[in-house]
Write a protein that binds this ligand. Structure first.
Ligand code: SF4
Length: 255
């Protein structure tokens, strides 16, 4: 028989496990791959080694390095291909943006273009309570697992008023993972249509944003819905997702 007193003692020993984020940002391990930093002043003339090394054509050389976070798998092949160190991956977890264009970063436009908040009317509707239906549209479960982690005691998504719901009819928006395979196209479209207006679409992970490694493949369709928030990564860290959601809801100011 379980001794309730022992259970309570064990619980007290564990203490409070929920992250203080966003009041304080936890230290990421050195091997964490966050926002890339580009210094193309280091690039030798006519070198395109990083562009050639990229498995998803996320890098374009055009009078400097342009890196598309929406296609990036954070594999660091480009870093390894460059002996000059023109690209490095920082531990900055903030990646989310409101437009596809804002996901393309370069050495020249090094300023961080993070997601802006919804307008006042939308924030008054969703700011304190946002219900989302997740649609796994052919994903590998990597992004889905990170989304699941958001509900654990460490990240505790519910304390921000954001919850996942089972029915799109109870949702304020959908959160899509995966490259949107042909077999999932109809289901995704019907789920989207079942969400009452006004509604949000959030694309999580390189596959949902650009098709990722499946871009141009036979099984993928992609790009069938208007997107309000792009959260890059392969998969994105739970704090990268949380950062994007809180920015969208106007709960994080500045950079
Ligand atoms: S880290 Fe991103 S940009 Fe660099 S090679 Fe991999 S996918 Fe391409």
């Amino acid at each position: 028989m379980i001794n309730l007193w022992n259970v309570l003692k064990a619980r007290m020993r564990q203490g409070h496990r929920t992250s203080a984020y966003p009041a304080s940002i936890p230290a990421f391990p050195e091997r964490f791959r966050g926002r890339p930093a580009i210094d193309d002043t280091k690039c030798p003339t006519d070198c395109d080694a990083c562009e050639k090394s990229c498995p998803t054509q996320a890098i374009k050389i055009d009078r400097g390095i342009h890196l598309d976070l929406g296609r990036c798998l954070f594999c660091t092949e480009c870093v390894d291909s460059c002996p000059e160190g023109a690209i490095r991956y920082t531990t900055d977890h903030r990646l989310a943006a409101r437009t596809r264009e804002a996901l393309v970063i370069s050495g020249k436009s090094a300023e961080t273009r993070l997601a802006e908040a919804l307008d006042k009317k939308m924030r008054s509707l969703f700011g304190r309570s946002l219900k989302l239906r997740q649609v796994a549209a052919g994903d590998c479960s990597g992004c889905a697992l990170e989304l699941q982690a958001l509900n654990n005691v460490v990240f505790d998504l519910g304390r921000f008023g954001v919850q996942f719901v089972a029915s799109p009819r109870h949702a304020d928006g959908i959160l899509v993972t995966g490259p949107v395979t042909r077999n999932m196209t109809l289901a995704l479209q019907k789920t989207y249509e079942a969400v009452p207006e006004p509604k949000l679409v959030i694309a999580v992970g390189a596959c949902a944003i650009s098709g990722g490694p499946f871009r141009g493949g036979d099984s993928g369709v992609g790009g069938i819905l208007p997107v309000d928030l792009y959260i890059p990564g392969c998969p994105p860290h739970p704090l990268t997702i949380l950062d994007g959601l809180l920015r969208l809801l106007g709960k994080l100011d500045g950079a």
